[in-house]
Design a protein around this ligand. Sequence first.
Ligand SMILES: [Cu+2]
Length: 358
Amino acid sequence: MNGATKVGAYVLGLAAVFGGALGIGKVVGPIGDTAAETSHTATGTSHGASGDSHGTDHATAGPAAPGGAGDVPGGLQVSAAGYTLVPRTDVVEPGEAADFRFSVIGPDGRPVTRFTPQHEKKLHFIVVRRDLSGFQHLHPEEKGDGVWSVPLTLPEAGEYRAFADFAPEGARGMTLGMDLSAPGDYRPERLAAPVRTATVDGYTVSLAGDLAPGRTSRLTLSVSKGGKPVTDLEPYLGAYGHLVALRDGDLAYLHVHPDGEPGDGRTAAGPGITFFAEVPSAGAYRLFLDFKHGGTVRTAEFTATAGGATVPEGGPGATDDPAPEKGSEKSPEEGPAGEDSSKSPSPEDSHNPDDHTH
Ligand SMILES: [Cu+2]
């Protein structure tokens, strides 16, 4: 893509952000990554007890947007409720390992040093290219004085979005987002069509349930390997699965959590992992499921739509040539594994499906 086109796409991206924010109106906010996060156990229980109460619980659980804007999905803002995400690195050369550093600046203008852990981590860091490819879920280390550091490789050129999902001590959980650039020639991938089955590393994950805008929907993701259901999933960060949903068009960030937890006496270790998800609008979403088995965390990816939306055929992601489907998407006829066998296992604490951090 030449420079002019790239700028054009960037402006289009901005328009999508504003359009998304304006268009959301009164519909409810995201799940899980917000105020509810700090009381996740209680929220998890209510998920099981009543799906309907869930929407109400979260109607005011947006990422604490200042000025009463409310109901803005997570990840769309670099600053909210007095907290600002500040990169200390803003350009990352594609294909080169970088020590990426950033801070969260608090309402007092100083870097935040105290966080309430959520899912066993003080801060969850998600990186994805603007075309929804190259998902990474990382856990940066504290380097002191409120500086976070994470080994980061952006495999290919493009515009990326990084999300920090955290709860400052004494404050609501929130997700802030910032742009990252990996300079170079960039050809966006088209968003893959919705499918019910994804494969990763020889595992097949099937998706049951449908997203519905503004309502809680029950999604069950079932994991099998070699045709056999996996019934010994391993707890990863306090759950059998972690699901991140990103909205196509503006990358609104929705962190969804499973119904039930390991050891609660009612939650099986697979093959099914049930989530209660609520998306704020009709549209296409990319779902990223992290699950752990055999000591390795893997990510299965799906496109799902809500409210009768279809995946756009034009737009910034379109190319004249049919784009190859994204890695983990396969229709059932194509069989499991396939090119996903190229996805390497990655260490537990930085489960990047492409193992780019090492
Ligand atoms: Cu995490």
